[in-house]
Design a protein around this ligand. Sequence first.
Ligand SMILES: NC(=O)C1=CN([C@@H]2O[C@H](COP(=O)(O)OP(=O)(O)OC[C@H]3O[C@@H](n4cnc5c(N)ncnc54)[C@H](O)[C@@H]3O)[C@@H](O)[C@H]2O)C=CC1
Ligand SMILES: O=C(CO)COP(=O)(O)O
Length: 333
Amino acid sequence: MTKVAVFGNGSWGTAFAMVLADAGCEVALWGRRAELAETINSTRVNPDYLSGVRLPDAVRATADPAEAARDAEFTVLAVPSQTLRANLAHWRPLLPADTVLVSLMKGIELGTAKRMSEVIAEVADAPDDRIAVLSGPNLAREIADRQPAASVVACRDEEVARRLQAACHTPYFRPYTNTDVVGCELGGAVKNVIGLAVGIADGMGLGDNAKASLITRGLAETSRLGAALGADPATFAGLAGMGDLVATCSSPLSRNHTFGTNLGRGMTLEETIAVTRQTAEGVKSCQSVLDLAGRHGVEMPITETVVNIVHLGKPPLVALKELMSRSAKAEGA
Ligand SMILES: NC(=O)C1=CN([C@@H]2O[C@H](COP(=O)(O)OP(=O)(O)OC[C@H]3O[C@@H](n4cnc5c(N)ncnc54)[C@H](O)[C@@H]3O)[C@@H](O)[C@H]2O)C=CC1
Ligand SMILES: O=C(CO)COP(=O)(O)O
C-alpha cells in the first residue's frame, strides 16, 4: 500500500487525504493541534474544516510530524504558502530521503517572489524529480462531497507525475499529468488574485460582461507572466489555467472570490479579514505576484488594481475607472 503524509489538515489537506485514501493509499494527516487530531481519529470527521464529511479509515490524523513522515512515498504540503518555508525547515530532517514532495499550495512567497516548488527545492534541497505540484479546479468542499473534478499533477519527471496520478485517481477525481511545473503553479497562484478582482466586481454590482472581461484579461496577464518565466502557453488553456480560474471566479465556495465580494460591497480590509476564517492566498500573493512581474518587466494591470484596492486602500470605483481608462491596445499586445 502506498504511504502518504499530508502536512496541513485544513480544507484542502483534509479533502485531498480523503481522495488519496479512496485511491487506495494509507494516509497520515498532520495538523498542529493534538486535540483536533484526536477528534478526527475518534469521530472520523474534521469539524473545523470539513464538517459533516466522514473520512475513510485509511486516513489517520496526528500532530506528530515524525509519525506523519515515516516511510512516506509522497509528502503532500498543504499549509498556507507564507508559512511553508518555516514549517518545511522544521520537517525536513524527518522526511524519508526519497520521498516525493507534492505542493497543493497556490501562493507566491512574499519578499522572495518564489513559487512553492522553488521554496521546496531550496529548503528541502530536493532535485526536480522529487518535487511535484497538484493544481486545477478543485474546490475542497465539492471534492469532499465526492463530486466529479479533474486536476493536474505536474512534475519535471513524467514518470513521477504518473506515479502521483495513480496514487490519487478515483472515480470522482481525475488527475492529468503535465511536466510544466512553472505554468501549473502560476495558474493556481494568479487565479486567486483574479478571483479577488472578480469578487470585487460582483460586490460592486457589476455585470457578467465585466466578469468575463476580468477572467479573460486576467488569463492574458497570467500567460504573459508565464511566457516570461518559461511556462508552456498551453498550460494556461488547461485545467490549471482556465479551469481553475473559472471555478474560482464563479463559485461562492471560493474564499478569494468571497473575500473580494466583501471588499467590493464596501467592507474595509480589516472587516473582511475578521469575517474570513480560512486561507485566501490572493490577499498576500497579489503583492508577490506583482513583484515577480516587476522583476521580469511584465505588465499585470488587474493584479496591480487588486494590490491598490486591497493593500493601498484605493476605493474600488476609482480603481475601476483607472483600469478602464488605460491606453488603448491591440488584444494580443
Ligand atoms: N480549499 C480549497 O478549495 C483549495 C485550497 N488550495 C490551496 O491549499 C492551500 C491550503 O489551503 P486550505 O487547506 O484551503 O486552507 P485552510 O485555511 O482551510 O487550512 C489551512 C491549514 O493550515 C494550518 N495552518 C495555518 N497556519 C499555519 C502555520 N503557521 N503552520 C502550520 N499550519 C498552519 C491551519 O491550521 C489549517 O490546518 C492553500 O495554498 C490554498 O490556496 C488549493 C486548492 C483548493
Ligand atoms: O483553489 C481553489 C479551487 O481550485 C480554491 O479557491 P479558494 O482558495 O479561493 O477557495
